[in-house]
Design a protein around this ligand. Structure first.
Ligand code: UDP
Length: 329
């Protein structure tokens, strides 16, 4: 298929592009490069610089070829920031997605794979979290993703656009073949923060609370390898295309890892001390989030293959260690 990947130069987007190319799709990346990295682009894909907030950019990009499908990962994703700058998230995530859907209507593109998030669920009322779990986002970022899922439902009903909404749990790790090495700028997520502390790019890790009711008192999350997520996009696109029906699934490893477990594994693999201090809880952080991915397995045959603690850390450390080695040369 001819696939337009919006946000394809970003952290998750670049991994998705790689899997799409591997699966034989013809890929065009569309990215405004606000957080995307040039080094994340592949020679095998075309590139269009454009912004989802400019409908004309989308119209021109969609008119540049005969696209069969759109994969949409062009979004802001910092939950904390979304609570202080909701306007930014309203415009980029919500208005941007409406622009995309409207441009798809004009260009007669009938398939979209969308990055949704476990943030739509909010504080869990039961674990593991399956697709039917109540949806009460705790942060504005999660709210934008939930609203977009609802728009997708309406555009399916009214315009026949089939969608796959993929609710990622905590994306982590780097390409298992070592082909993607673009670092995220000013990351706020746990694993890149640990990696930056290991590589001397920041002083220390701050651990947000050690008094949760979890195995060791620190927050537990379901970390899912970005290469596993990327494979899920290819499978989901095939599914909506073959069945001509929309699909909403959780993508998680079904395995809960604590902050301390990741830190210890990172110390072991990197051989670095990785200074860390316990600080207070971060507002809005649930104690524990773990996915049920039974539906993804049943519908797509998807299972996480690379989401064990060791592979998550090893593939990340390869990239950060590479940076460190270059600096030391
Ligand atoms: N966390 C932490 N220090 C950091 C970043 C995150 O202790 O610098 C903890 C956070 O409280 C949570 C887990 O790590 O328990 C994952 O947080 P992250 O921001 O990566 O993802 P979230 O689950 O919030 O989407």
């Amino acid at each position: 298929m001819k696939v337009m990947v919006l946000g394809g130069a970003g952290y998750i987007g670049s991994h998705v592009v790689k899997e799409m190319i591997k699966a034989g799709h013809q890929v065009t990346v569309f990215d405004n490069m606000s957080s995307g990295r040039e080094e994340n682009l592949f020679d095998e894909s075309a590139f269009i610089k454009g912004d989802i907030l400019e409908p004309i950019n989308l119209a021109e990009a969609f008119a540049s070829d005969d696209f069969d499908a759109v994969v949409h990962l062009a979004a802001f994703k910092a939950a904390g920031e979304s609570m202080v700058r909701p306007e930014k998230y309203s415009v980029n995530n919500i208005t941007g997605t409406i622009n995309i859907l409207n441009a798809m209507c004009d260009a007669d593109i009938k398939k979209i794979v969308f990055s949704s998030s476990a943030a739509i669920f909010g504080e869990p009322v039961r674990l593991p979290i399956d697709e039917d779990h109540p949806k009460n986002p705790e942060n504005y970022y999660g709210f934008t993703k939930l609203e977009i899922e609802r728009f997708l439902g309406w555009y399916d009903k009214l315009k026949g656009i089939k969608f796959a909404a993929l609710r990622y749990f905590n994306a982590a790790g780097y390409d298992v073949d070592g082909e993607i090495s673009g670092l995220e700028q000013s990351p706020a997520n746990l694993l890149p923060v640990i990696m930056e502390a290991a590589a001397g790019m920041r002083d220390k890790l701050q651990i947000f609370g050690d008094d949760y009711e979890t195995k060791d008192g620190t927050g537990v999350r379901d970390y899912v390898h970005v290469s596993d997520l990327a494979a899920g996009h290819v499978m989901a696109l095939n599914y909506i295309s073959d069945k001509n029906e929309s699909l909403t699934v959780n993508l998680g490893s079904e395995n809960g890892l604590s902050v301390l477990e990741l830190l210890e594994e990172a110390r072991k693999i990197s051989g670095k001390e990785i200074p860390a201090e316990i600080v207070g809880r971060r507002p809005g952080d649930p104690a524990k989030l773990v996915a049920s991915s039974a539906k993804a397995k049943e519908k797509l045959g998807w299972v996480a293959k690379y989401s064990d603690c060791e592979t998550l850390i090893k593939t990340s450390w390869e990239v950060y260690k590479g940076r460190l080695d270059k600096l030391l040369k």
